[in-house]
Write a protein that binds this ligand. Structure first.
Ligand code: SF4
Length: 228
């Protein structure tokens, strides 16, 4: 299997009835007026970025009118505007904006996935939905394998999802499980002993960026720290 195979299988996943209903209801009838004439993706958000990346960003979940509309991670909403501008400043993205698939955006050396791949009501997946979708994250981690050098999580749900997926794969995870924090770092080890850094970063949601809890300088510093 390849990362593309996993994405193809994820794209038809219906394992979480509440999220399937929400993603499809928003796509059918819950559209914002400004997007009323646009087709909605309405399916799980596939991973996006460099297939040969050694760095992985794990976000929370697609936004109902962002990824759930455009079909590309962090594309078409304020969170994505903040993230891709930073990825461009730090040399991971070829352009600072992410508007829609086909806009020419490419990532170099980094890949983005969500801990939960379907848009949840109020951006709040349940513990059982998080556990169910960690299976998909585990498949991505397994395929990236010993090529992966660092995982950066945007927010605590991504952090916990990465730890859950790594544990499921039999990776060596520090005990007690390290707690999420901005710029907090720990090291996981794959079954071959290969080290994978796990780095926390506050989520790029407007809740954090509009209040100054996460500034562009703070995000740039974490992204820069991912480099070898
Ligand atoms: Fe499947 Fe994940 Fe979506 Fe649940 S959240 S339906 S596990 S893709």
């Amino acid at each position: 299997a390849t990362l593309a195979d996993v994405d193809a299988r994820v794209s038809v996943c219906r394992a979480c009835p509440r999220l399937v209903d929400w993603r499809e209801t928003v796509a059918r009838q819950g559209r914002r007026a400004s997007f009323a004439n646009q087709p909605y993706w309405g399916r799980p958000g596939p991973s996006f970025g460099d297939p040969d990346a050694d760095a992985l960003i794990v976000g929370l979940a697609p936004a109902a009118n962002g990824t759930n509309r455009t079909g590309r991670m962090f594309t078409g909403d304020a969170s994505g505007d903040f993230l891709y501008a930073a990825l461009h400043r730090t040399g991971y993205a070829n352009q600072p904006t992410s508007v829609a698939a086909g806009d020419g955006l490419e990532l170099d050396g980094i890949r983005i996935v969500a801990a939960v791949r379907c848009a949840p009501p109020a951006n709040a997946p349940t513990p059982s939905e998080r556990a169910t979708c960690a299976t998909w994250l585990g498949r991505d981690l397994d395929l990236l394998g010993d090529r992966l050098r660092v995982i950066m999580t945007l927010g605590e749900i991504g952090w916990r999802g990465a730890l859950a997926a790594a544990t499921t794969l039999g990776w060596d995870v520090p005990r007690p499980r390290p707690r999420f924090g901005h710029a907090v770092e720990t090291t996981l080890r794959t079954p071959t002993g290969h080290p994978v850094r796990l780095v926390g970063c506050f989520h790029v949601s407007p809740h954090n960026t509009y209040t100054g809890r996460l500034t562009p300088d703070m995000l740039d510093a974490v992204l820069a720290s991912l480099r070898p």
